[in-house]
Write a protein that binds this ligand. Structure first.
Ligand SMILES: Cc1cc2nc3c(=O)[nH]c(=O)nc-3n(C[C@H](O)[C@H](O)[C@H](O)COP(=O)(O)OP(=O)(O)OC[C@H]3O[C@@H](n4cnc5c(N)ncnc54)[C@H](O)[C@@H]3O)c2cc1C
Length: 459
């Protein structure tokens, strides 16, 4: 059930289709109330009052677990709108689609964990209203939950596909287990798969569909793949690799309409320029919108996400936001970020649990992301958006290389394909604040980032 209306104060450009990427870093916070966002004050939850978490996804479930790990003994309730216990989404675009993982294998923790740790799961009963004055949350069933602290972990939903025919059978988006199961069922007998959007999700689905034997076309409106998430050299590598695997990659092209048969099932996509592409399964991966209408309706500051400070506090000191729905300040990038990644959800959960327990939150970790496509493991350390220079280390032709991204002379992140040592070295480097290699160093043939980080650096 989509409980989020289209009433965000500002949805912004977002980051189409890509978990693990920042959404419009540094974009204007049109409706921020800076004073409200920096209001100090201990949370009531620190005194053991009830903590209610809206959203039983990655960030919500990790928040509940992190509270218990910290010794929080008050009541914890996890309000969900999906059936079943909290599960992880990464396999949904990968092994789950080919039957390599079954629903039971997606669970973040066994159901007994919640029972044993006194965490109440409401089941499928979405939150519909926050009464901030009375500190009560109302669920769709009419049930009311009083809270000392409320944590919004409502995630994001797929951006709707704005083309005629988007409602045909066989035209699907991918966010939930239900979505993935529908795609998996159709993939079993699909011959022509069309992926709209060349972001993380689209490319992972394309790789999985290709592996299952389907003919696959990716249509990306932008000039390169994953343009908001990775550098131009990485985009070019990925386009080449997908093409080598037999995927037809169309860049700078748009789907203008989807046409179905008499039974209402999608059969053909029309592209700009008039080309018709056979398509009996269409997966749209054109980005997500953060679920923040609940927050907006309650008068909280929102703007492409629920706006929070460095302690994950919203403009109400009793309400927090974590995970994909939260837009937060980071020491690793200018402005506020909204990140769509497991790592970010887990990091937020740990930080908010510390704050709710009255402890000092751990320092913000370097953001990092991953994606799997065919035998490629792409890892990104740092926030590379806004880089103005790159250096390639390793051998793209051998499928093992890294793109180091610089802003000016400063290393801001590294995108690695099957080079985990570079990924780890970058995370350590950024975390330590030590000077990284200059672009000229990294451009030298044979440059080794791991070796660089081990040699003493001038301060
Ligand atoms: C197919 C796919 C593949 C991915 N692969 C990767 C990957 O390889 N690596 C990576 O780092 N990240 C990946 N991600 C991203 C990652 O899964 C998300 O960043 C992460 O799930 C965010 O956690 P969250 O709790 O903020 O949001 P979610 O996991 O989306 O959870 C939010 C939950 O809140 C629920 N909800 C919303 N409104 C309400 C309401 N009013 N009441 C009750 N419940 C509500 C939603 O239905 C949902 O269950 C992937 C995502 C998808 C969809």
């Amino acid at each position: 059930m989509d409980t989020d209306g289209a009433d965000e104060t500002h949805t912004g450009a977002g980051t189409p289709g890509i978990p693990g990427t920042p959404a419009i870093p540094g974009s204007p916070d049109t409706d921020v109330t800076p004073a409200a966002l920096t209001t100090p004050g201990a949370s009531g939850a620190a005194a053991g009052g009830p903590v209610v978490i809206v959203g039983a996804g990655q960030a919500g479930a990790e928040t509940a677990a992190a509270l218990r790990d910290r010794g929080f003994t008050g009541p914890v309730t996890l309000v969900g709108d999906e059936p079943g216990p909290p599960y992880g989404r990464p396999p949904l675009s990968k092994d789950y689609l080919t039957g390599g993982v079954e629903p039971g294998g997606l669970a973040l923790r066994p159901p007994s964990y919640y029972r044993d740790h006194g965490i109440t799961l409401t089941g499928r009963d979405p939150a519909v209203e926050i009464d901030r004055d009375g500190q009560r949350l109302t669920l769709a069933s009419g049930r009311e939950l009083p809270y000392a602290a409320l944590v919004l972990a409502t995630g994001a939903r797929p951006r709707p596909l704005p083309v005629p025919g988007a409602g045909l059978a066989g035209v699907l988006a991918l966010r939930s287990l239900e979505d993935a199961t529908a795609i998996r069922d159709r993939l079993a007998d699909a011959r022509d798969v069309l992926v709209i959007g060349g972001g993380f999700i689209g490319l992972e689905v394309a790789a999985t569909a290709r592996r299952s034997g389907a003919r696959v076309t990716v249509v990306e409106a932008g000039p390169r793949l994953m343009a908001r998430a990775v550098s131009a050299p990485m985009s070019a590598f990925l386009a080449g690799h997908h093409r080598e695997q037999g995927v037809r990659v169309l860049l700078g092209r748009e789907v203008t309409a989807l046409r179905g048969d008499a039974a209402g099932r999608c059969r053909v996509a029309e592209l700009d320029g008039g080309e018709r592409v056979p398509a009996d399964l269409v997966v749209a991966g054109i980005g997500v919108l953060p679920n923040c209408s609940l927050a907006a309706a309650a008068g909280l500051a929102v703007g492409d996400g629920v706006l929070v400070d460095d302690r994950l506090r919203t403009s109400d000191r009793a309400v927090y936001a974590v995970g994909d729905c939260a837009r937060f300040p980071s020491p690793y990038a200018p402005g506020r970020l909204r990140l769509e990644s497991v790592r970010n959800a887990v990091e937020h959960a740990r930080r908010v649990a510390a704050v709710l327990c009255g402890d000092t939150p751990p320092p913000a970790a370097v953001p990092w992301f991953w994606s799997e496509q065919y035998a490629l493991r792409l890892q990104i350390a740092g926030i590379t958006q806004g880089h103005d220079r790159t250096a390639v280390a390793g051998d793209p032709a051998a499928g093992r290389f890294s793109v180091l991204c610089f802003r000016g002379e400063r290393l801001v992140g590294t995108e690695s394909v099957n080079r985990p040592a570079d990924h780890m070295a970058t995370r350590r480097l950024l975390e330590s604040g030590a000077p990284g290699p200059a672009p000229a160093d990294a451009e030298r043939p044979g440059f080794d980032l791991k070796a660089f980080t081990r040699s003493p650096q001038p301060v």
